[in-house]
Design a protein around this ligand. Structure first.
Ligand SMILES: Cc1cc2nc3c(=O)[nH]c(=O)nc-3n(C[C@H](O)[C@H](O)[C@H](O)COP(=O)(O)OP(=O)(O)OC[C@H]3O[C@@H](n4cnc5c(N)ncnc54)[C@H](O)[C@@H]3O)c2cc1C
Length: 541
């Protein structure tokens, strides 16, 4: 009965679709998960809130949105044919092209026939007696499934701070991750951007050239580094296609699954001249090399980190003409790389324009949104448009916004009230056959997403072939994993800033490092080892 929808009439309800597996989300992870589960002969339905495929690359249509990963490393590696067919036009590909790519993938593998768009999942309740998940959509539609895979994304639950008066604003408001499909004409307008994270850093230099006046409301300055994007020429395109196996092998071997490799030396072991030479070389290179090809102790040794942080601060100071504005843009309260490093193109130069004003909301906090604009502690600013670049309830948000109830009616939200609790990031005790296909390893996303999807697919194949019907981790295995993840977290500087990495951007969210701070190869090896040992730490029934 592969790929077919069976329906049954439940007393008092409408027809309830029955599936072998339901995948929530049609982004990079969900699309591949659908493809792999269909290959097992399961009837699969993919439920997607949006009206198209792409996830991150469907929703984030703001001007300037693009990869900070190298395009050739971000694309899927699972299909040789796809790799040969697709041409990346830019080294750091932009949103329109990324969305086209994922649509191409959906068409090539005929995925659309099993995707239901405009379908927001509001609840998923485990029925232990039947060993089925009952999934409900916002529309009221219900479905039942044996396996439930949440590919809901780590940065998909958008967040807007609860500013007082937010609905009173008479102009137009947009969140960057719900940017409309139709073009917004900002020409000559008075525009506010709230937030200066990776998204705002991509957006600001582009709209600064169009708007009448731009006011940027900044809470925390970031260590932004030059992206240095360029077009992929024909020779490079040929090289990508000829060397994909080597590119993917390298990505599988480096700590964060990028083509960048850490310098094997410790920063303070070498002379100041040698250090500066490496810093300058990294600065001239494109992409995350400044973060991921730096000295190997940059994210573990505070003094090493501070040495590079000061280098970055001086780079910022050199680019901003007004020294008072420059100092506001210089981060001083957290280590380099402890927040997601935004990669930029002419970001700092935007603040040299006469039509751009920087407001530091630590000095003059936003008090409320008014009908005319934004009122801070010292004055009211009037705007035609307010852009919220205020980010996401990261990693756990898209999961806890669904009412997911496991054995005994326990909700995932309650279970995770004091922090993320999983085994391998893949399952959580008390929620049988519920798989989490959102990658929380510190990793070039698609590389780890492919690994997770393949692990989940292989696990489901194993369960079916061995005559089992359900799998869930033991509480002990989960406890040990949570302790191990905390131990890994304590060895890095990743937890040292008030960032979305630790849930600090969401009031009331537990403060724990939400990213798994081990290397991607170590993570992959651990997941593989658990599977090889007959799913050690899991109960199969
Ligand atoms: C602007 C931006 C730039 C990024 N750049 C990079 C980069 O350069 N490199 C990198 O590695 N990563 C980057 N990321 C991270 C990015 O999120 C991942 O690379 C990747 O796209 C995630 O894919 P996904 O399929 O796991 O999740 P998503 O792409 O987020 O897709 C999840 C999907 O699930 C759907 N969904 C969620 N909840 C529900 C629900 N209840 N019901 C139905 N559907 C639901 C959403 O609508 C969404 O379409 C970036 C993220 C953002 C926001």
């Amino acid at each position: 009965m592969a790929n077919s929808l069976q329906s049954e009439q439940l007393a008092g309800g409408g027809p309830v679709g029955q599936f072998g597996a339901i995948v929530i989300g049609a982004g990079v992870s969900g699309l591949y998960q659908l493809h792999r589960l269909r290959q097992l002969g399961l009837s699969v339905r993919c439920l997607e809130d949006g009206r198209g495929v792409g996830g991150t690359w469907y929703w984030n249509r703001y001007p300037g949105c693009r990869f900070d990963s190298e395009s050739e490393t971000y694309g899927y590696s699972f299909s040789k044919e796809l790799l040969q067919e697709w041409d990346w036009k830019e080294h750091y590909s932009g949103q329109p092209e990324n969305e086209r790519y994922l649509n191409y993938v959906a068409d090539k593998f005929d995925l659309r026939r099993d995707i239901q768009f405009d379908s927001r999942v509001t609840s998923a309740v485990y029925d232990a007696r039947a060993n089925r998940w009952e999934v409900q959509l916002e529309s009221g539609q219900r479905m039942r499934t044996q396996f439930l895979v949440a590919a809901v994304g780590i940065l998909s639950a958008r967040y807007i701070p609860p500013f007082e008066g937010i609905d009173s604003f008479k102009g137009a408001s947009y969140h960057t991750s719900r940017w409309p499909k139709e073009e917004i004409d900002l020409t000559g307008k008075r525009v506010a951007v709230i937030g200066t994270g990776a998204t705002a850093v991509q957006l600001i230099p582009i709209i600064a050239k169009k708007v009448g006046h731009l006011t940027v409301f900044q809470r925390t300055p970031n260590y932004c580094a030059p992206l240095r994007n360029s077009l992929v020429d024909a020779e490079t395109q040929r090289r990508f296609k000829a060397t994909y196996p080597e590119i993917h092998k390298k990505c599988r071997e480096t700590p964060a699954a990028f083509i960048h490799e850490f310098d094997p030396r410790c920063a303070l072991e070498v002379s100041p001249e040698e250090r500066l030479a490496l810093y300058e070389e990294l600065w001239a290179r494109p992409g995350f090399s400044k973060w991921l090809a730096n000295f190997r102790d940059i994210m573990t040794d505070r003094a090493a980190n501070e040495d590079f942080a000061e280098f970055v601060r001086n780079k910022i100071r050199a680019r901003v003409k007004d020294p008072v504005v420059a100092e506001k843009l210089v981060p001083k309260d957290h280590p380099f790389g402890s927040k997601r490093v935004p990669l930029e193109t002419e970001y700092y130069e935007a603040y040299n324009r006469d039509n751009v004003l920087l407001v530091d909301v630590r000095e003059t906090p936003i008090e409320r949104i008014t009908s005319k604009g934004i009122k801070t502690s010292d004055r009211e600013y009037e705007f035609d448009v307010i852009i919220y670049a205020t980010g996401f309830d990261a990693i756990t948000g898209a999961l806890t916004r669904i009412d997911i109830r496991g054995e005994g009616g326990q909700t995932l939200k309650d279970k995770w009230a004091n922090g993320l609790r999983t085994y391998l990031g893949l399952q959580t005790a008390g929620f049988p056959n519920f798989f989490i296909a959102t990658n929380s390893a510190f990793c070039n996303y698609t590389v780890c997403a492919e690994m997770l999807v393949e692990w989940i697919s292989e696990c489901i194949r194993y369960i079916r072939e061995q005559g089992y019907s359900r799998i869930a981790p033991t509480p002990q295995a989960e406890e040990a994993w949570v302790a191990h993840a905390a131990e890994m977290a304590s060895q890095t500087l990743l937890s040292d800033a008030k960032s979305w990495f630790v849930g600090a951007n969401i009031p009331g969210k537990a403060r724990t490092l939400l990213l798994y701070a081990n290397t991607a190869p170590a993570y992959r090896a651990k997941c593989a080892e658990v599977a090889t040992r007959g799913y050690e730490g899991f109960v199969l029934q």
